[in-house]
Ligand binder design. Sequence first.
Ligand code: NDP
Ligand code: GDR
Length: 369
Amino acid sequence: MKKALITGITGQDGAYLAELLLEKGYEVHGIKRRSSLFNTDRIDHLYQDPHEKGIRFKLHYGDLTDSMNLTRIIQEVQPDEIYNLGAMSHVKVSFDTPEYTANADGIGVTRILEAIRLLGLEKKTKFYQASTSELYGLVQAVPQSETTPFYPRSPYAVAKLYGYWITVNYREAYDMYACNGILFNHESPLRGETFVTRKITRGACKIALGLEETIYLGNMDAKRDWGHAKDYVKAMWLMLQQETAEDFVVATGITTTVRDFVKMSFAELGIEVAFSGEGVDEIGSVVKCTGEYQLPEGMVVVRVDPKYFRPTEVDLLIGDPAKAKEKLGWELEYDLPSLVKDMVQSDMNIFKRDKFLMEGGHKVYTQYE
Ligand code: NDP
Ligand code: GDR
């Protein structure tokens, strides 16, 4: 039975990857951070009681900023594959926490690679690094491929640039099986609530149910190549099943503005939204409602709040997944409309439940940032 170790197992990708590897018969180990509240919502359905015999899903406390902890866990687990998905993954927040981001997202990669080497596991343990389309940053050429130059535009992207190159360096210096997946944005019902897609699908559902009036957003013109996380974790696994380690772009090849993502999300609920005005004065308002959810015509459901603007922005991302399709045989099951549908349906279920509880006199708290 193969053993995999996943850092960031409590995150969006960690949860889907753990599911996939368990389905494939792996013993799955994950590193979770200690927190004062439970932080395992996304993987609770995979939990197996450690008191039982023969369990295939095990969690270890740890942190990417603690090399001794990482080394001990890797020594104990002796994994065949390590997927390094753990990171401070929010681009805007990285401007507020640049040093910590560099430590966890940059040096954290070295800590794992060096542990593999010191433990003599170079020939046994394959390593996957969660690299990102944010590496491309300031547009040099489109579509972005494995050969497009990098120009990172945030502390997050700069830290990930270090992670990218240290992975390449350990592969070349020590002949390790170490590779980078340069993944473009991927979303899902498990997406963190403060990333723009989830903020929009949650907001649209709450507005449709009368639980909120307006979504406040930042740059509406940003263009992203959005795919479904379920498809993207398959590419991660495929990258570690090859003869030799290589780096791959994983993307859909289609780009969409934040504004159009808003329109698609409301349209999924039968609400047509049109945009008018420019810059900070841009608004999105209801044109007509054709379904179950009836809102007044002209109601303003989207406004711009400059606090969500970034000091330096990435304007346009569109990836070329040709190499992943050809060499890995990777295929997409979801397109953007089916991704939006999946997210909106899931959020609608959550907020219908919340509304039901509120109508029953219970307090329900949500965060907006
Ligand atoms: P999430 O933010 O959903 O998950 C991040 C995970 O990392 C969480 O489990 C988090 O733990 C954990 N983590 C954060 N800091 C540390 C730390 N210091 N030590 C150990 N674990 C830590 O991210 P995604 O699942 O969306 O992304 C997975 C990886 O892929 C990340 O590295 C991200 O940067 C990268 N990536 C993501 C893309 C995307 O579009 N989703 C695209 C390209 C790359 P906790 O739950 O406790 O917060
Ligand atoms: P990104 O994702 O920065 O691409 O990083 P995010 O969803 O945060 O932003 C996408 C674009 O939307 C614009 N935007 C807003 N973003 C947020 N979060 N909130 C808003 O209110 C808002 N309004 C407009 C942003 O300016 C940006 O242009 C994600 C993360 O998962 C990274 O970890 C990963 O590496 C990259 O995707 C690929």
